[in-house]
Design a protein around this ligand. Sequence first.
Ligand code: FEO
Ligand code: CA
Ligand code: CA
Ligand code: CA
Length: 747
Amino acid sequence: MHDRSTPHASFIDPDDQLNNTSANPHFQDVLVKGMSRRGLLRGGLGGAMAAVFAPLGAMSLTACGGDDDNTVAPPTGTPPVDPQTSMALTFAAVGKTLADTSTVAAGYTATTIFATGDPMAAGVAAYKNDGTDSGYHQRSGDCHDGMEYFGLSAAGARADNSNDRALLGINHEYITPVVLHVNGPSARPRPATESQIEIDCHGVSIVEIRKGSDGKFAYVPASTFNRRITAETEIQIAGVARGNPLLVTKYSTDGTRTRGTLNNCGTGKTPWGTLVTGEENWSGYYFRPAGDQALRPAKENTSFARYGRNVTATSAANSRYGWETSGTGDQWAHWNIGVSGATAADDYRYEHNAQGYIVEVDPYSATSVIKKRTSLGRFAHESGAFGNPVVGQPIAMYMGCDSQNEYIYKWVSAANWSAADANAADRLATGDKFLDTGTLYAAVFNDDGTGEWRPLALSNPAVAGFAGYAFADAGDVAINTRLAADAVGATKMDRPEWCGVHPTTGEVYFTLTNNSNRRVAPTGTQTRVNASNPRAYTDVRSGTITQNGNVHGHIVRMKEGSAGSAATTFTWDIYLFGAEAGSDATLINLSGLSADNDFSSPDGLVFSKSTGICWIQTDDGAYIDVTNCMLVAGLPGAVGDGTTPTLGYSGGVSVTTRLGKAPTATTLKRFYVGPYDCEVTGLCETPDGTVMFINIQHPGDGTAAADLADPTKYTSQWPSNGGYGAGKRPRSATVMITKNTSGKIGL
Ligand code: FEO
Ligand code: CA
Ligand code: CA
Ligand code: CA
């Protein structure tokens, strides 16, 4: 989802909305009873964690007073062992550029392999790319985003280590309407043909890729593995909210299924070989009529206030694309969530409650059931990153909610992991086992560098007794996760986007992309700087455009307590602060970024399991007068390896934060810059680390409908200007990056 406020002045970035005006800007002293307070730091460390964190045992207990051992010491003791001291990034950094092309480091080649509209079934016509194409339920969707790699054997079976045949699971987050129709989108009421194209361009692609005789991957247009999941594909409701009264609709009177997955942003790959995809800005797809608030219980309006779609007696909540205006049939009617029937089974008043989840897909069968994993919570989901599985311990999954001042979450399964789970034949049954039953937590970041996971469960008195919303049952808690996290006093963060787990240390990294609501001296609904979100400043773009808050974002990382996946405490620091290299070193460029690695608004974040490189992708609106969005390679150390600088603001305000070890010229480098008007996102690789895939989302989306007849006026002509496909309209696409000599990408 792009972040530009201009030059597209009419575009309101749905990511950058404020729905959290709850009264918990800081740690609240909420009494949490019934939680295990013992055993978390007992029993020592095992396996790789012990090797990496030899000093941890000594440092983690030093500050724990009394018998309360469910705490960890601030990360200020003996510096942890750097897991990557012997590694260095050897490629020459790519300079910042506004060129309308794929610019990759010297010695590497970037090749477009799969773009919006490409055929995905036998007999589908080649894409003309002139606005006349249709049948997108058998073509690539638009706005490629999160992406995962699923190895395939020559015989067509799951083969995790395959380096020459695979399935890519690709999210299609939203659409660039201007390029999908001959003259751009028509006014409302929307023609059904246009709405059908737009609905089909959403969702997920499962697409086969295979190496040819030239040793390079190409996608397989007629593969029987290819699958399109769209905004109207039937999906089962799984987990704690399945069958909940708040999910009853005319389509599913028992609340067990729904149609469509919306605004699929980040992804994850489960340890049992399936895809998980996060539903992010789904709220805006629905029309809610003026006056609807008077037809509902107060609780439902509280939920709307927290998730979007508030209305008044005279003001409706208009839908993003107007699909509900395309006809009176049920296909269109379910995009209008107004109360109109006698009961919930007679209308779509709860249709929106079936969006906002992590959705699990088994990529190895094009007809497999798809499941929304409601126990993982309902919010603006980004990626889902799994902790490194340990036999005999629960599975941990980390997730962010991307809106201003929203929270970081962790899921902990009730079941313990066993080696056999990794390769169980029924992958969705394994998903049932690990993703339906367990505990969801929200994160509290204390200013001293410690943190706490607080359970979002009715067994937690803070949830059960929450004055802001009376949860009816566990399903209601899951459907209204944001309210439950408010109840436990979770810490408001600067828009949590993707997360990733370091393959060696197990530490968890979250991008906090930016927050225009953060202030040193907040007024109204603005949020005050704190240790984990310490910056607020003014950035100038193009000489005249000013942006305030934490404009460039940062990357926070967390080290779990010694209970590992089940820990309810953690320590944290900030791996990197985004900044322009020339900006103030004491208040903005705290990580000392240089011209070779400065970046703004980190969004995608993926660790290579092959090299350990932390790949950071940007979705920026602040540095775009100087450079297009980019991909940066990092070799991080570990929590606590840096300093504790104090930011002194005017007015006597100061904030002490926790800053990771400063990057060097060989531990942080810009590797790639995308074409104009794009976001760089979605990253996966072959298991041997020699081929990387990334996605370019919405290049040229600043193009005006009035300029469609004149390609020279398109703000981007990528990827056709690189020789890919017909027409000159810009297209989202998957890019393959290979090394010209043999070897792993980035090293
Ligand atoms: Fe889809 Fe928050 O980016
Ligand atoms: Ca600037
Ligand atoms: Ca994103
Ligand atoms: Ca973003």
